[in-house]
Design a protein around this ligand. Structure first.
Ligand SMILES: CC(C)(COP(=O)(O)OP(=O)(O)OC[C@H]1O[C@@H](n2cnc3c(N)ncnc32)[C@H](O)[C@@H]1OP(=O)(O)O)[C@@H](O)C(=O)NCCC(=O)NCCS
Length: 151
């Protein structure tokens, strides 16, 4: 059965490995990156579990100016198109709303159609194109969602 819980320290290596599986070299975060997100920034992060294993996760930063960044949202390839990504995002948004966060931002590769579709379906809109954002060659979209408009 699918369940959701907060990301714990013991999950960090596992989510790092899942991120390596989900993104190409140079775009995936390093293990140090995950340590930094976990220990040095204010964040709200969840994992999705099934049969005792992590099948997806999301990390969202919480910034002082009532904004949040979705740092990453990763679903294991075997578990995609089951709305797990949408559910993780929705749960994070509910928590951010309870904290008074007004705006959520994220960057997504212009070629990442699954993710762009998911974010649009979940109410994000394109705010800006960021030239050569990934690997100094792939453009990204900066996407935004106003949570205040949802509540
Ligand atoms: C993008 C990602 C998180 C989607 O997770 P998911 O759990 O499979 O997505 P969901 O099942 O919640 O899909 C919600 C909607 O997103 C869109 N979508 C998801 N995968 C898609 C695909 N492969 N092609 C086209 N649209 C897709 C669809 O509109 C879908 O709704 P539908 O299934 O009713 O048509 C997943 O593909 C992933 O982990 N990709 C690699 C990592 C990544 O790119 N993360 C985003 C970082 S910005």
């Amino acid at each position: 059965m699918l369940s959701f819980r907060k990301l714990k320290q013991k999950d960090l290596y596992h989510v790092y490995q899942l991120d390596q599986l989900c993104f190409p070299q140079g775009i995936a975060y390093s293990f140090d990156g995950f340590l930094y997100f976990y220990f040095y920034i204010d964040h709200y992060s969840l994992v999705a579990e099934e049969d005792g294993g992590i099948v997806g996760f999301i990390i969202a930063s919480i910034e002082r100016n009532k904004t949040s960044q979705i740092i990453t949202l990763d679903i294991h390839p075997y578990h995609r198109r089951r709305k797990i990504g949408s559910k993780l995002l929705s749960r994070v948004e509910d928590h951010l709303i309870s904290l008074g966060v007004k705006n959520v931002y994220l960057q997504v590769g212009i070629n990442n159609i699954p993710a762009i579709n998911l974010y649009k379906k979940c109410g994000f809109t394109e705010a800006k194109r960021l030239p050569k954002y990934y690997l100094n060659k792939i453009d990204a979209l900066l996407m935004r969602k106003n949570l205040a408009e949802q509540s």
